[in-house]
Design a protein. Structure first.
Length: 101
């Protein structure tokens, strides 16, 4: 589900069990990330699928990438694998106005 930056951040901050997932490459992640994010490279499909398979299907996941495309695809895959609540950050980190670590 694509949601605005404001809604995405507010939901993530209010969700004690929520998980922020950065699906960019390790180099992209190293250049700055949203605080609390877990990094898993979408382009390494086997590792990505193994990561998704290991997730708690009852939690909410707040997913982002550079522009919103990879994270949108990630959310779709997560939904197919049984995770109902995967929220895509519209515009990705390129349009992010919030804090970075």
């Amino acid at each position: 589900m694509n949601i605005s930056q404001t809604e995405w951040w507010e939901k993530a901050q209010a969700d004690a069990d929520g998980v922020i997932v950065d699906v960019r490459t390790p180099d992209e992640f190293a250049s700055g990330f949203i605080p609390g994010a877990v990094n898993v490279n979408f382009y390494e499909q086997e590792a990505f699928l193994n990561f998704v398979e290991s997730l708690d299907k009852t939690k909410n996941y707040y997913v982002y990438c550079r522009s919103g495309a990879r994270s949108g695809n990630s959310c779709a895959i997560m939904n197919e694998m049984g995770i109902e609540n995967a929220y895509n950050l519209s515009g990705g980190i390129l349009e992010w106005q919030g804090p970075l670590a």
